[in-house]
Design a protein around this ligand. Structure first.
Ligand code: IVH
Length: 374
């Protein structure tokens, strides 16, 4: 029966995709995957009524669009307050403790989760009954753009949650990013075509997410780390909520179970010294990572602690982004040139011997003012 074979192929290929792109542990040879994929395409084209939205063939099915619809966020996407050194981290920690004490929370067991701050673009994924129905950019935090067809091409994002009892609605948030290698490759290609280069992986990712042709997006091999879940309140408050969790650490576990890629370098920590060591470790080791990170994010682990500390207008009090100092590297200036933009604006550009910064080779920088040119 075609319908049975379609279901079998769909499940097998989705599982293979998860093993390959999320677990980094493939179990199917590429050639076999391709062969089964072609069989599925053939069967679906003979039985279009049997194509389901979570079929792997639906990741790049869509044709170019004219633009993106705007999308209002059910829950705003806030940003994070920043700290730029360990002193500022300590200040945040003292403030948090005061808040908790004022709310009569016991702070002698204040666990924190340290995560890498991925230098990409925040996206919000809506799942209804386990099925991915919408993906939106952050935009101004209350309203973003609907980029669903582009996001479906990201193979580490499940089209269906891997849960027996999925919530009626859930929103997963995380960071889309371009691995450094792919970024270098895209810029090399752009250079050959005489096109303007992307300044860094984050810009390349943002530019790609807003590409009108999902086929180009699919070729750019974006990736995604998930870090936040929003559940419907009525669901959390019922006692038969199946996977009840009450901390950030549990959320990360839930996200893994549901099929997402969670950054493996996250750590559950019990005191400030560990947090400081976590920051120092990644400040050194970040250059070995295959993607860009511009700091670490420290979050109170316990949701009760998060509720007690609450939010300011723009950011949660229960989290802080501890940013790395801007990177510097000496190199030799080769020449100063001028770049003429499409609107006729002229920007001076310094060309120098390539240096490695944030994991990518840099050989040009725009210089915006007379002091810098001098
Ligand atoms: S949590 C309510 N965790 O950093 C705040 N953000 O500068 C939720 N980011 O807008 C954000 N890695 O796009 C969080 N592990 C991480 C992150 C992360 C990168 C981004 C995110 C956020 C921005 C704030």
């Amino acid at each position: 029966m075609a319908s049975e074979r379609i279901i079998e192929l769909r499940n097998l290929l989705n599982k293979a995709c998860h093993s390959y792109y999320v677990l980094d542990n493939p179990f199917l040879e590429d050639a076999i995957y391709d062969q089964l994929y072609l069989e599925l395409i053939e069967l679906e084209s003979q039985n279009p009524n049997l194509i389901s939205k979570d079929s792997p063939t639906q990741r790049i099915g869509e044709s170019p669009v004219n633009g993106f619809k705007s999308s209002i966020h059910r829950i705003p996407l806030l940003s994070l307050d920043n700290a730029f050194d360990l002193k500022e981290l300590n200040k945040w920690f003292i403030k948090v403790n005061k808040f908790l004490e004022a709310n009569e929370c016991h702070t002698n067991d204040l666990k924190m989760v340290g995560e890498l701050k991925i230098d990409g673009n925040a996206i919000a994924l809506s799942y209804i009954d386990g099925l991915l129905v919408k993906a939106a950019t952050r935009g101004d935090g209350s309203q973003g753009e609907d980029i669903t067809s582009n996001v479906k091409t990201i193979k580490s994002i499940p089209l269906r949650l891997n849960l027996d009892n999925p919530p009626p609605w859930t929103e997963i948030r995380g960071e889309a990013f371009i691995p450094n290698k792919i970024f270098d490759f895209i810029n090399q290609e752009k250079r050959m075509k005489g096109e303007d280069l992307f300044a860094n992986p984050r810009n390349a990712c943002a530019g790609t997410l807003r590409q009108l042709d999902p086929k180009i997006v699919a070729n750019r091999r974006l990736d995604f780390f998930a870090y936040t879940i929003h559940f419907p309140h009525e669901w959390i408050n019922t006692n038969n909520y199946p996977n009840k969790h009450s901390s950030q650490w549990d959320s990360l576990e839930w996200l893994k179970q549901a099929g997402f890629k969670v950054n493996p370098n996250s750590e559950l920590m019990t005191d400030l010294e560990k947090v400081q060591a976590f920051y120092k470790k990644w400040n050194k080791e970040r250059f070995q990572l295959p993607y860009a990170t511009d700091g670490v994010v420290i979050k109170l682990n316990d949701f009760n602690h998060q509720i007690s500390t609450g939010f300011t207008q723009k950011a949660p009090r229960w989290a802080i982004a501890l940013k790395y100092p801007a990177e510097e590297a000496p190199t030799k200036l080769l020449k100063l040139t001028y770049q003429v933009g499409r609107s006729g604006t002229v920007t001076p550009v310094a060309e120098f011997e390539p240096v490695l910064l944030a994991g990518t080779k840099v050989s040009r920088a725009t210089v915006h003012n007379a002091n810098r040119i001098a």
